[in-house]
Design a protein around this ligand. Structure first.
Ligand code: CTP
Length: 431
């Protein structure tokens, strides 16, 4: 059970906040709601009051009959200041929907209503669930405001893509589904026992890159992104702050993970390069093209009279090897090796050394029942200390095994990458 303070700002998605409150109270949480004046144009406070069983506040200057207490608490004798008392009592402050305007105010520390004043006074975890038109979502001002909020530790529960509130509009900006929001909030509330990856920043790459041949065709691969997404989910569940660089992945997204979409190997290289220094762990699960068409055309190639068409391919950069070359000793780098049958283990061990990695996750792509686009996988995790076989299991379980290995690598006394060289255990140096 948690005490959740919900801030509702003025957008059409405010109606979804009612469902969120219904789910939260049904799950046993104590909920208080504060609204912005504009949000009352979309949903009246009587609805939230009925669902929470507690008064709903809009202004700093109105008296709170519950004196800042949550439904499971006894109100104090005195009349405390609502914007201070509500966040003091809350385990988590979620602002959903968060409009572009409210995000801007939060980013710049404005405290012009009860919702924003409470945010400024909050010592508990704060999460925002943006919802807006996609042009507003893409606007550089909104991007910059979100970046500022993230920097300060606010969790951004990314909106989804699909039909938007206003009739006929489609794009990114839909408020996350209420059940997703609740799950995200529950994950944010401290549960007492620390989680194994609390405070760590994990960068995951997922999916498969596509290298354009012309304006409509590409050279791609069969990676679905399932393994990378499972890793992102599991790392977030263990307390890490996760950024997932998604190369052409069409799977459902976890609201507590930050996703950045890329298409090509070059874009993936740029996106990882920009975030690598800030991460503690890199999980390089994406299938990155080793070659791309040397001359991609801006237009669609017409078949015309040509019977044979030759495609000249050039090498792409090895993203992981490039990053490993500039790594810090305290970072953990995990590569993935897709190998065909016999000799795979030796080749994967070679990659561990050549690419200067801490671990390589090997899977056998000659098997059709596991790996690419399958729900299950069977892998061997190689580190300098040896090999761990993970029997055939769901990608979520494989992700858990990989993160166990990461935890072990982070906890190790010996470290092998101060000079970037990886050698047999006997040659490793102490940190
Ligand atoms: N990788 C990368 N950049 C590339 C190619 C691969 O960062 N251009 C990363 C992958 O994300 C993966 C690992 O390197 O973590 C795979 O290593 P690689 O040596 O490329 O193996 P494969 O492509 O599986 O096999 P091959 O030996 O045939 O190249």
């Amino acid at each position: 059970m948690a005490r959740i303070l919900l801030g509702v700002s003025g957008g059409i998605a405010a109606y979804k906040a009612l469902e969120l409150v219904r789910l939260a109270t049904k799950a046993g949480h104590a909920v208080r709601v504060v609204q912005t004046p504009t949000s009352e144009r979309f949903v009246g406070r009587a609805s939230f009051a009925a669902l929470t069983g507690a008064p709903v506040l809009v202004s700093e200057f109105e008296r709170d009959p519950a004196r800042g207490a949550f439904p499971d608490q006894t109100p104090p004798e005195h009349d405390p200041l609502s914007h201070l008392e509500l966040v003091r009592n809350a385990d988590c402050y979620l602002i959903a929907p968060a409009t572009a305007h409210t995000l801007a105010k939060l980013a710049h520390g404005l405290a012009d209503n009860l919702l924003t004043s409470a945010a400024l006074a909050a010592a508990c975890p704060v999460a925002v669930a943006p919802a807006m038109n996609d042009q507003m979502w893409q606007h550089p001002a909104t991007r910059a405001n979100l970046a500022l909020l993230r920097e300060r530790g606010v969790t951004v529960l990314e909106p989804g893509t699909g039909a938007l509130g206003s009739k006929g509009e489609w794009g990114t900006g839909r408020l996350r589904e209420p059940a997703d929001l609740l799950a995200a909030v529950e994950a944010l509330v401290p549960h007492g026992a620390p989680r194994p990856l609390d405070g760590l920043r994990v960068l995951v790459t997922a999916g498969g890159t596509r290298e354009p041949i012309d304006s409509v065709r590409y050279v791609g691969n069969r990676s679905s992104g399932r393994m990378g997404f499972a890793l992102a989910d599991e790392a977030a569940r263990r307390g890490a702050r996760v950024t997932c660089l998604a190369a052409n992945v069409g799977l459902d997204r976890n609201p507590v993970v930050e996703y950045v979409d890329v298409e090509t190997a070059a874009q993936l290289a740029e996106a990882t390069g920009a975030r690598f220094d800030d991460c503690d762990v890199l999980l390089m699960a994406a299938a990155v093209a080793d070659y791309r068409p040397a001359h991609a055309l801006d237009e669609k190639i017409k078949k015309g009279a040509v019977q044979r068409l030759e495609l000249e391919l050039e090498r792409t950069e090895d993203v992981l090897a490039g990053l490993a070359g500039r790594r810090r000793p305290d970072q953990v780098l995990v590569g993935f090796a897709a190998e065909h049958g016999q000799g795979g283990l030796e080749r994967a061990r070679g990659k561990l050394a050549d690419k200067r990695l801490d671990a390589v996750v090997l899977n056998d792509v000659s098997r059709g029942d596991i790996g690419f686009d399958a729900g299950e996988n069977e892998v061997t995790i190689l580190t300098a200390a040896g090999e761990t076989g993970v029997p055939r299991s769901s990608k979520a379980e494989v992700a858990a095994a990989i993160l166990d290995a990461v935890a072990q690598l982070r906890g190790r006394e010996e470290y092998n990458s101060q000079d970037g060289a990886v050698g047999p255990p006997g040659t490793r140096r102490r940190r």
